[in-house]
Design a binder for this molecule. Structure first.
Ligand code: DGL
Length: 257
C-alpha cells in the first residue's frame, strides 16, 4: 500500500532521465526521489520490446519492494514499450511516462515543419504514431531515428567535436528548414546547445516539464503528496558498476541546461 512517506522511483536507460529528474525535483522539492539509471543496458532505443518490458518490470518491482509510492518512467522508449503493461500489472500505483512533446510543438507558431528526434524504438511504436495522428495533422512531421545519439551522450564529454559531427550527420540537412524540434529522448535536452549549433536557433520542446506536472496531479489526486516542508532526498543509482559512474550522474544532475 503506497504511503505519503514513500519515495518516487524514477528510471531511464542512463543519464537521460536525469533531465526529467531535475524538472521533478524543481516542481516537487519536498519529495524523496530515487533515480535508477540502467546504463548497463543502454541504449534502450535499439533493443526489442519484450526485453524493454522485462527490464522496466524488474526496475519497478525493486522500487516497490523498497516502498516507492509512485514511479516515473523518465524514458520515451521505455514508456512506449512498457508503460501500458506496467499500469496493468500495478493498477493502484501512480505511473507517469514521458512522451515526445509534439502537442506543445504544434501549439507553437509557426508549426508547418516539425522535426522529431527520438530513438528508433520510440518512432517505430504505436504511441508515437497515435501522437502524430492526434496532433501532427496540421504540420509536416519529420521523424528522424537518431541511432547512436543517446549512447554517445551517455559517455559524457559533450563538447567533443565527434558529438557535433554525429548530430550533423543525423539532422544537419534540416538546418534552417524546420520551425521547431521535438527532443523525443530524455538524453537530448543535455545537448540542446549542440543541436542549436547544427540546426540554428529553433525552439526545442521536450516532455520533462509536462511529466513533472502530471506526477504532481496524480500524487495530489491520490493524496500522496508529501506533507514535509523540508527539502527531500535525491539519490542517484546505476546498474553500471565502476569508478566514476555516479560522479558522472552527479555532473549531469548539476549541469546547466
Ligand atoms: N533516454 C531514453 C529515451 O528517452 C532512451 C535512450 C536510449 O537508451 O536509447 O528514449
Amino acid at each position: 500500500m503506497a504511503s505519503v512517506d514513500g519515495f518516487i522511483g524514477v528510471f531511464d536507460s542512463g543519464v537521460g532521465g536525469i533531465s526529467v529528474l531535475r524538472e521533478l525535483v524543481g516542481l516537487l522539492p519536498h519529495e524523496d526521489f530515487v533515480f535508477f539509471g540502467d546504463s548497463a543496458h543502454n541504449p534502450y532505443g535499439e533493443r526489442g520490446v519484450d526485453e524493454l518490458r522485462e527490464l522496466s518490470g524488474g526496475i519497478v518491482d525493486s522500487f516497490l519492494t523498497e516502498g516507492a509510492k509512485a514511479v516515473v518512467i523518465a524514458c520515451n522508449t521505455a514508456t512506449s514499450a512498457a508503460a501500458a503493461q506496467l499500469r496493468l500489472e500495478h493498477p493502484s500505483l501512480p505511473i507517469v511516462g514521458v512522451e515526445p512533446a509534439l502537442k506543445p510543438a504544434t501549439e507553437h507558431d509557426p508549426h508547418d515543419r516539425i522535426l522529431v528526434m527520438a530513438t528508433p524504438v520510440t518512432l517505430r511504436l504505436d504511441k508515437f504514431h497515435r501522437l502524430a495522428r492526434e496532433f501532427g495533422s496540421g504540420s509536416e512531421v519529420i521523424a528522424v531515428p537518431c541511432v547512436g545519439l543517446a549512447h554517445r551522450i551517455e559517455q559524457g564529454d559533450l563538447d567533443a567535436p565527434d558529438l557535433l559531427e554525429l548530430i550533423e550527420g543525423l539532422v544537419g540537412e534540416y538546418a534552417g528548414a524546420v520551425d521547431s524540434v521535438v527532443l523525443g529522448c530524455t538524453h537530448y535536452p543535455f545537448i540542446a546547445r549542440q543541436i542549436r549549433q547544427v540546426l540554428g536557433d529553433v525552439p526545442l520542446f521536450d516532455g520533462g516539464a509536462g511529466t513533472a506536472c502530471r506526477l504532481r496531479s496524480l500524487l495530489s489526486e491520490a493524496s500522496l503528496l508529501s506533507p514535509s516542508k523540508g527539502k527531500g532526498r535525491v539519490e542517484l543509482r546505476s546498474s553500471l558498476r565502476g569508478p566514476g559512474v555516479l560522479e558522472r550522474y552527479e555532473e549531469f544532475f548539476r549541469m546547466k541546461a
